[in-house]
Design a protein around this ligand. Structure first.
Ligand SMILES: N[C@@H](CCC(=O)N[C@@H](CS)C(=O)NCC(=O)O)C(=O)O
Length: 218
């Protein structure tokens, strides 16, 4: 059965599932919706009204971490640690990656200089926690690319887009994160997991919302 991924073009959570699907070379369909104008059929099937949603026959899966574990189980070989404790640690950091995504979104969307600085501070503190957890790489668990890497790649991609237009040196004090991010962004499955004009769309979204950062872009 070919799974169908319901997506929004710039969503970092959908991107996690796309990376997993591409990494595993899975055949899938993709349907894009406009989140500012959610179709009725989508609201009927998506309990939180959020993407990603994965349709598998008559079943509807939601929450990117759950979708990714399902994909990992049915399309071997697994890229999640088999050992329960290591797996639990990976799940915990996948949850952390969601918080980091929201920190970055909050920073990019802040309307005032004060809020912008506060959000940047919070994100930097969380990056320092991640830095303290990382080993020698190149990936989160070491040599092997894992689901936890798919969860963080969208964060590093959007941070790179922002840094290009507003060099803030966010990863200057986090060299392990910087190296890890570079390793992730060099992967084909990561590069192919987004629309080609993600950068323009992401920046345009900030400009349209008249965020503080959009006034700083070069
Ligand atoms: N915890 C969810 C978060 C998904 C999420 O926040 N998706 C956003 C788009 S990036 C969404 O659908 N937002 C629509 C809304 O909140 O109305 C997951 O990991 O799947």
């Amino acid at each position: 059965m070919v799974p169908e991924l319901i997506s929004f073009e710039t969503c970092p959570f959908v991107q996690r599932s796309l990376i997993t699907l591409l990494h595993k070379n899975v055949e899938f369909d993709i349907t894009y919706i406009d989140l500012e104008n959610k179709p009725e059929w989508f609201l009927k099937i998506s309990p939180f009204g959020k993407v990603p949603v994965l349709k598998v026959g008559d079943h509807v899966l939601f929450e990117s971490a759950v979708i990714n574990e399902y994909l990992d189980e049915i399309y071997p070989p697994s890229i999640h640690p088999p050992e329960p404790l290591e797996k639990a640690v990976n799940r915990a950091w996948i949850e952390f990656s969601s918080a980091l995504n929201m920190d970055m979104f909050g920073w990019a969307m802040a309307k005032t200089e004060e809020d912008f600085k506060a959000k940047r501070e919070k994100m930097t503190e969380n990056i320092a926690k991640l830095e303290a957890k990382l080993g020698d790489g190149p990936y989160f668990n070491g040599e092997s690319f894992a689901l936890v890497d798919t969860a963080f790649a969208p964060f590093f991609m959007r941070l790179a887009i922002l840094e290009e237009r507003h060099p803030a040196g966010i990863l200057t004090a986090a060299p392990k994160c910087r190296k890890w991010g570079e390793a992730l962004l060099s992967l084909e499955e990561v590069q192919n997991s987004v629309v080609p004009d993600l950068s323009e769309k992401f920046i345009q979204y900030m400009v349209n919302k008249e965020t503080y950062m959009s006034s700083l872009l070069r």
